[in-house]
Design a protein around this ligand. Sequence first.
Ligand SMILES: Nc1ncnc2c1ncn2[C@@H]1O[C@H](COP(=O)(O)OP(=O)(O)OP(=O)(O)O)[C@@H](O)[C@H]1O
Length: 274
Amino acid sequence: MPSPDLLPRDIAPPPQPRGKSAATVAIRNVSRVFDGHRVLSNLDLDVRPGEFLSIVGKSGCGKSTLLRLVAGLDRPDAGTVSIDGQPAHRSSDRLRIMFQEPRLLPWASIAENVAVGLRQGADPGTLAGALTGALASVQLSDKAGMWPAALSGGQRQRVALARALISRPGLLVLDEPLGALDALTRLTMQNLIREIHAQAGFTAILVTHDVAEAVALSDRVIVLGQGGIQHRVAIPRDDRMLRGSVELAPIEEEILDAIFQSRAPRAGSRAPSP
Ligand SMILES: Nc1ncnc2c1ncn2[C@@H]1O[C@H](COP(=O)(O)OP(=O)(O)OP(=O)(O)O)[C@@H](O)[C@H]1O
């Protein structure tokens, strides 16, 4: 394999071998039009098994639209989105989603909220083992019997993360999951997500407004602009561990430049009339 220095800037080094069940995402020639406005236009993107990909860009450029298509919450007007070769589907067992709000059941305990993530009936032994592991992974073992109202915002997001991961999905889709947290809790959550991803090896796609967060977590960052991908940057795996390091500063600057230079969300052409 060539040294990372010899690889083109937009090609991430292959992720280190991880979990066998990480999903492959293939987006082919995808377009999405709202009210005659072409938000995504002929977009192509591949996400490799185990890769952590972040999507950044100006407000309204289509980040959430793209994520919703990957999660099967919306359908493209043209093109295909597939996960492991199958059309993206919201109830796929291969995929879990995490949003900015934890969306917990207020009347259920923390353990019951996490168990919701298994969806299908599991035998009691399997459920107990999975629950123990999921709660431990987010450092909430001692909160299993508590109610969501008794937890802090960061703890609630950790419950949402455990609920998303208890079924060991191949793909985790994250829509600005740390956006409502204070700065310190956000950093703690970033570290937790990075550690869990390194251990569990799922594929992850994150939408965030925080370029430093994208760089700290990702193998690759793409900048969305009018209609499609305007810039791609691979993040050197060794360096990404050092959030705020001098090595990462030029990469963050490059991404910020690309965002500022990207075309305004509504500056592009309108979709042709049918
Ligand atoms: N269901 C919808 N109906 C009509 N327009 C929509 C719909 N969903 C998204 N749009 C429009 O598509 C464009 C992109 O929206 P999207 O939410 O994907 O942007 P974003 O990049 O995620 O923005 P932000 O960073 O502000 O969250 C916006 O102009 C938005 O108004």
